[in-house]
Ligand binder design. Structure first.
Ligand code: G
Ligand code: G
Ligand code: MN
Ligand code: NA
Length: 257
């Protein structure tokens, strides 16, 4: 059976699972947020990662109900974490979801039903979503602007790999830049001084635009030290924690493990 037909059957069932990866404050070291990352676990089979089904979900339109399921599940799980620890939630959204006429209403309903305040939610979009004139980009910008008026924040994911111009970054309704993990300094792959200078440039750009800088793909203590020195606000990566199921994440946040 084609992957799309199998996925269609899985949506709405507990074969769609949401894992959470911690995001830390580089100032305090504390876990301050989690990113929701979807997995598909067909009964009796190995889990399938998002890279192997999100593209098909986007092409087929299944990303709309799938994304809604992930958003609702994640808001529900995060509501208790937010009440207990102030942990915020960041959720990836696809261009297709953002172009739905009722996108903002769906997000507000998910927040309301979960009892999660709008200020506890961040939506992650990719640079491409906002770039380029046209009705679709206008619609997306209108949705994000509306949600921001309620306190929802917007993060640009994988920053530095796309095509956003400085004018877009200045003018668009965004709050956070997530620096793509390919920019993390790595002695094995290049000139350390140049790598660090590049990260510094992105962090300074974020701050010049009054945006929060989040480093992705942090895997070592050395990288953490560099990021703190550069004044990067937050970090995410295997060094702080891998994506984990909700029950495990609850234990990590509680300090049990
Ligand atoms: O979880 P990693 O573990 O493999 O995620 C791979 C990619 O899939 C990431 O780039 C992430 O942005 C994307 N992704 C993960 N979960 C979701 C989701 O719920 N919706 C969308 N649109 N993308 C997701
Ligand atoms: O594109 P996005 O940032 O939404 O995706 C997060 C993806 O990055 C997930 O696939 C997640 O498993 C992966 N990831 C998270 N932390 C690290 C890390 O430290 N190193 C690497 N190589 N991948 C990571
Ligand atoms: Mn992301
Ligand atoms: Na990313």
């Amino acid at each position: 059976i084609a992957v799309v037909d199998r996925l269609r059957t899985a949506i709405g069932t507990d074969a769609i699972v949401v894992h959470y990866q911690p995001i830390v404050s580089l100032e305090t070291g504390g876990f301050i947020a989690v990113e929701a990352l979807v997995r598909w676990v067909p009964p009796g089979e190995a889990p399938i990662g998002p890279d192997d089904f999100i593209p098909a979900a986007e092409d087929s339109g299944l990303i709309v109900p799938l994304g809604e399921q992930v958003l609702r599940r994640a808001c529900h799980d995060a509501a208790v974490w937010y009440r207990r620890y102030g942990t915020t939630l960041t959720v990836n959204v696809s261009p297709r979801q953002l172009s739905e006429a009722d996108f903002a209403a769906r997000v507000m309903r998910a927040l309301h039903d979960a009892g999660l305040p709008a200020a506890a939610l961040i939506l992650e979009i990719t640079e491409g979503v906002l770039v380029g004139a046209g009705a679709q980009a206008d619609q997306t910008i209108a949705h994000l602007s509306e949600l921001r008026r309620f306190g929802v924040k917007v993060a640009v994911d994988d920053f530095g790999t796309g095509y956003s111009s400085l004018a877009y970054l200045r003018d668009l309704p965004i709050d956070i830049l997530k620096i793509d993990r390919s920019f993390m300094p790595d002695a094995a792959t290049g000139d350390p001084a140049q790598q660090v200078a590049l990260v510094r440039t992105i962090v300074d750009l974020a701050h010049t635009l009054r945006l929060t800088a989040v480093a992705e793909g942090v895997e070592t203590d050395e990288q953490t030290t560099v990021l703190r020195t550069l004044g990067c606000d937050k970090g995410q990566g295997f060094h702080y924690g891998r994506p984990a199921p909700a029950d495990r994440t609850a234990e990590v946040l509680a300090g049990v493990v």
